[in-house]
Structure formats: C-alpha cells, structure tokens
Design a protein around this ligand. Structure first.
Ligand SMILES: C=C1C[C@]23C[C@@]1(O)CC[C@H]2[C@@]12CC[C@H](O)[C@@](C)(C(=O)O1)[C@H]2[C@@H]3C(=O)O
Ligand code: AKG
Ligand code: FE2
Length: 331
C-alpha cells in the first residue's frame, strides 16, 4: 500500500500540514508519482518500508550515543571531524555537537581508529550504515528519474555511485536545553514545542543531491514550506526522511526545490540525528538532463562543477541561498 497525506489537517485549532509518506514497497509507478509530487510540493518526504535492517540502524545509534557520551577532551581528538557549537567556519553557531566525515571506507576507518577502543567494530558499523543509506538514496533517485520521464534513469544516482563521489556522513547530537528567555515570555499562543527550545542547527538547505536523514525518537526537525510556514516533523525512528538538495533543484531545472529546514533542541531529551548527504564527485558537471529543459521551461542555471558549488557554499553562511549565484543570466 502507498500512503501520502499532503493535505492540511486541523488539530487543537492549529492548521497542520502532514508530511508526505512514501511506502517504498508499493507499486513502482505509483511510488514514482508520489516521490515526484512530494519533491515538487515539499522537497521533503518520509519513507517507510525502506528495507534497511533494524540492526544496522540500532548499532549506528548505539555507536553515536557511545561517542557523544564521552568526555569532551576525548571527543576533541577527532577534530576537525568533531565539532561543538561551531557549524562551518563562517561564524554559524548552534546547540549541537557533531561528527562530520567523508562517506568513504578510508575516512570511516581513519576516524574509527581515532575515537574508538574497538575501531574495527565501529568502522564496520558506520560502513554498513553508509552503504545501506547510499543504496536507499540511489534507489529513490532512480525511481524519481522514472517519475520525471528521464530516459537515462541513472542520471542522478550515477553521481552518488561514482567511486569519487564527495558524499558525507554527519552525526548530530543535541543535548537538552531550556530556553529560559522564552519561558519568561509565557506567550500562551505560541506553539509549546518552539516556546521552550533553542536552535540546534539553524535554517539552511542542503547543498548536495539528496539527504537521507534519521533520528532517535526525539523531535526537533522542522521544514519550511515555500509560503514560509514552518512545519514540525514528527520523529519516527523506524523511517527515513529525504531532503531535496540544491544540486537536485538544478538538475530538475527548478521543478524540485531544495527544502529549507532547521533543528531545534528538546528541553528534556537528547536528540541524535544521522544524515547521509549524497553528493557528486568534485569534477562532475552539474547540468539538467535535456528532457527537463523545454521552450516553456528554459534552462534556469548555468552548468558548473560540484567543486565550484562546494566552494561557494563554504564561502557563505549556513542560511545563505547559494543557488542564485548559478542562475543563467539569460533568465
Ligand atoms: C556554515 C556552513 C556549514 C556547512 C558549510 C557552510 O558554509 C554552509 C552549508 C553548511 C552545510 C549544511 C548541510 C550539511 O550539514 C553540510 C555538511 C554541508 O554540506 O553544508 C554543512 C556544512 C558544514 O557543516 O561543514
Ligand atoms: O538534525 C537534524 O534533524 C537536521 C540536521 C541537518 O539539517 C544537517 O545536518 O544538515
Ligand atoms: Fe541539513
């Protein structure tokens, strides 16, 4: 069965829009249609029946909590892969600590030796997780290409499957924090969840092709709709959430929009999320396949390499919109 519930629903007097849900065990052409619709309307959806084993997921969560539970000085030996509060190098801050590593066997094995007393086990766990989410990302991208009517259905996934793909894995840990200033306001009209929380990871879009995200059972992720409304994403540890990244927006010639999102802290519980960012190789040229470009929809972006895009991303702040820098001057 395939489910999708993109319609607004009313609960406790608040208008809530439900996140689209795609059941990957459904009929392929139906799944393709739902994925395309979700990416056009939200740039974001949830996948269930994804086929990734509970064991792979549980071991990664255990490894993540094991690492973040260590004393700060022990975690700091993993710097620059480990970071706390500083996001990037341009002054962005958040109530988050993280491990950010290249999604390659070599990088995973290297970091495992630095941070674990049982490096082989940690390396196996993180590699199995990375391989599983990479395969899920590729599968989704291939069904998506079918749904878009692109004849070369590997056009997106090939970039991630490439041995030189620049994909990354990120573990984020948000300790519980009470925003005392907000508590003082006692604004009864405000949504309770945002009233007491602080920004863990500020508003941004992911620059890559596709992000496959999962968290423990603690909420905090919010997505922004094109009309500027923020919607909280209900946590579901058995599911994965999928974000359209900037590169996919370019490769669909603007038909899909990369989703702006942020993560808030919880006042009482630790949130941990694991994100796989599927990216092209640095030298790959990013350009929309010809079927995405028509006289009615002329090419919106100029061709560029992922290296160029990444350089622009890292020269800007977290919340900046970089995609505009690559717009075709003709339009
Ligand atoms: C402030 C920054 C951190 C970031 C690079 C950037 O200059 C702007 C984009 C940020 C982001 C957001 C999504 C991913 O978490 C990330 C790894 C990425 O590719 O772009 C981070 C970058 C980072 O933390 O290094
Ligand atoms: O923790 C989350 O849910 C979101 C993290 C995120 O957006 C990121 O790492 O880019
Ligand atoms: Fe993100």
């Amino acid at each position: 069965m395939v489910l999708a519930s993109p319609n607004p629903i009313r609960s406790e007097g608040i208008l809530r829009r439900e996140i689209p849900v795609v059941d990957l065990s459904g009929e392929r052409s139906e799944v393709a249609k739902l994925i395309v619709k979700a990416c056009e309307e939200y740039g974001f959806f949830k996948v269930i029946n994804h086929g990734i084993s509970n064991q792979v997921i549980a071991k990664t969560e255990e490894a993540g909590f094991g690492f973040f539970g260590k004393p700060v000085l022990e975690k700091k030996v993993a710097a620059p892969a480990y970071g706390c509060k500083n996001i990037g190098v341009n002054g962005d801050m958040g109530e988050v600590e993280y491990l950010l590593l290249s999604a390659t066997t070599h990088s995973i094995s290297h970091i495992s030796k630095t941070i674990s007393t049982d490096p082989l086990n940690l390396s196996k766990t993180l590699s199995a997780y990375t391989e599983a989410v990479k395969e899920l990302a590729c599968e989704i991208l291939e069904v998506m290409a079918e749904g878009l009517g692109v004849p070369d259905t590997w056009v997106f996934s090939r970039l991630i499957r490439d041995d030189e793909s620049d994909s990354v894995l990120r573990l984020n840990h948000y300790p519980p924090i009470i925003n005392r200033e907000s508590c003082k306001e006692k604004d009864k009209d405000k949504d309770k969840s945002s009233q007491f929380s602080k920004v863990g990871f500020g508003e941004h879009s992911d620059p890559q092709i596709l992000t496959i995200l999962r968290s423990n059972d603690v909420g905090g992720l919010q997505i922004s709709l094109p009309d500027g409304v923020w919607i909280p994403v209900t946590p579901d540890p058995s599911a994965f959430y999928v974000n359209v990244g900037d590169v996919l927006q370019v490769m669909t010639n603007g038909r899909f929009v990369s989703v702006r999102h942020r993560a808030m802290t919880n006042s009482y519980k630790c949130r941990m999320s694991v994100a796989y960012f599927g990216a092209p190789p640095l030298h790959a040229t990013i350009v929309a396949p010809s079927v995405m470009v028509t006289p009615q929809r002329p090419s919106l972006f100029r061709p560029f390499t992922w290296a160029e895009y990444k350089k622009a991303t890292y020269s800007l702040r977290l919340g900046d919109t970089r995609i505009q820098l690559f717009r075709n001057c003709k339009h």
